[in-house]
Design a protein around this ligand. Structure first.
Ligand code: PLP
Length: 459
């Protein structure tokens, strides 16, 4: 702004240069944020001025205030939550998406954004073992994917019972019975709450010790069931990585005319690996699936996918029309999401999948699982308890009492070689390790194990 024409090319190149320099520093940068959050806040909070300022000056200042608050989540030794680090081509594509500033609502607004989603959606279905006829929505993450999948489920099962939610709403509708595993992800509860089910109406299916739903309990609960039914299944428990017996559960749910939704945020990627695929046998039988791009596929935030086996019900639940909206007449990307205007996140998905190829996707999934086992073996050899059977990329380790485990977590975070956090599993505290980043190597695991053991052995 101001009287000087900004040098756009220099501005963009400098910003990309800062981003690249940061990425290059990741393998040696301390993983935790350099400054405490209070200081970062103080750096950002400043009087809001009246006068416009030159763009380059603003960006230089942003870089200097943000640096103290950047966590190296994109790097190879971040094992908290379930977090990937955006792949190079996917990141560059996201930079272009911002530069091109496209609106992915429909193919009139941006043929490129729409086509990228369509092509990448086809590849994703193939990788994930989802039927090629399924509808796809590119959403912000698994939370949004679960919400769209379950909204479609709700309207579909009620229509089967003779009730049209799209027209008549929920007041007076037949009751929908809704079940989920005890160890479901908390986002399922938020989706159900938003969709008007009410938390008191969620019926919990008992979990096996690893956190997967107990099929016998599900079967017992469904005996004699009649009426609208939705069951939320899970591929990949956030603590243990456990995957529900998807095929058998879907068959059972269908015997009762129900809808099977799979929250597969990260665990559904087992489909992409021949050595892990038997853990998700029958995944193709579900009615809807939620999945993340920004976790194990290592795409930039924010990126998630919802798929349904009932495209008409999906579009009925989430599309709209208006007199001013020119469309191609065919289903459009925006018909399958909650948002209208959307950033063109499909460009990064397209680029990331092209960059990896089928082999690259499989290699990341397999390597992360191998590295999770390496963590478990080394920590067990050092005498610490591993709480889960490491079937995927998640490891739970105890350092003794809850208090001692918490102390080891805090000391390890502070030391900064790696970052991981805690969880409570079967009423005990554990360090929770998630290996989800495409950059992580055996040496990163060894350094992180050494950091944990050093924290454990100093008092
Ligand atoms: C992470 C996660 C979610 C939520 O995903 P977001 O991308 O954060 O919206 C839902 N379910 C499971 C199993 C997860 O791991």
């Amino acid at each position: 702004m101001g009287d000087k024409t900004p040098d756009l090319r220099k501005l963009f190149i400098d910003a990309a240069g800062h981003a690249a320099a940061y990425r290059e520093s990741l393998s040696e940068r301390r993983v935790r944020a350099p400054k405490p959050v209070g200081e970062v806040r103080a750096d950002f909070h400043r009087p809001f001025g009246d006068a416009p300022r030159p763009a380059d000056e603003v960006i230089e200042e942003l870089v200097s205030v943000a640096d103290g608050g950047l966590v190296a989540t994109a790097g190879p030794r971040y094992f908290g939550f379930v977090v990937g680090g955006a792949l190079p081509a996917a990141t560059a594509a996201d930079i272009l998406a911002a530069g091109w500033d496209q609106n992915a609502f429909n193919s009139v607004l941006s043929p490129a954004a729409a086509a990228a989603e369509e092509a990448a959606g086809t590849w994703l279905k193939e990788l994930l073992g989802i039927p090629p006829t399924a509808s796809v929505g590119f959403v912000t993450g698994a939370q949004a994917a679960n919400t769209v999948g379950l909204a479609t489920a709700r309207n579909h099962v009620l229509l089967q019972a003779g009730w049209d939610v799209e027209t008549d709403g929920l007041t007076g509708a037949p009751k929908v019975r809704i079940l989920a595993g005890e160890e479901r992800h908390a986002t399922i509860d938020r989706s159900l709450r938003l969709l008007g089910f009410g938390s008191a109406n969620l019926e919990l299916v008992r979990s096996a010790p690893n956190g997967a739903v107990d099929l016998a309990d599900l079967r017992a609960r469904l005996v004699d069931h009649v009426g609208p039914l939705i069951v939320c299944l899970q591929a990949g428990n956030v603590n243990t990585g456990a995957i529900d017996p998807l095929g058998e559960a879907c068959e059972l749910i269908h015997e009762y005319g129900g809808w099977a939704h799979v929250d597969g945020a990260f665990g559904i990627w087992a489909s992409a690996s021949p050595t892990l695929r038997d853990q998700v046998t029958g995944v193709e039988l579900a009615d809807s699936w939620g999945c993340d791009g920004h976790k194990w596929l290592n795409l930039p935030y924010d990126s998630g996918f919802v798929f349904t086996a009932h495209p008409d019900s999906h579009a009925r639940a989430t599309s709209y029309s208006a007199s001013y909206l020119i469309t191609s007449g065919a289903p459009e990307p925006g018909d399958f999401t909650l948002e209208s205007s959307r950033r063109a996140r499909g460009l990064a998905v397209w680029a990331g999948l092209q960059e990896l190829g089928r082999d690259g996707v499989r290699e990341i999934i397999d390597r992360c699982c191998h590295l999770a086992r390496r963590f478990a073996v080394q920590l067990a050899e050092a005498g610490y308890e591993i709480a889960n059977e490491v079937n995927l990329n998640q490891v739970l380790v105890s350092f003794g009492t809850d208090q001692e485990t918490d102390r080891v977590i805090a000391a390890t975070q502070q030391a900064g070689v790696c970052w991981l956090a805690g969880t409570t599993w079967n009423d005990r505290h554990y360090v929770r390790i998630s290996v989800s980043n495409h950059l992580t190597t055996e040496s990163d695991v060894d350094r992180s194990v050494a950091a944990l053991l050093a924290a454990a052995q100093t008092t």
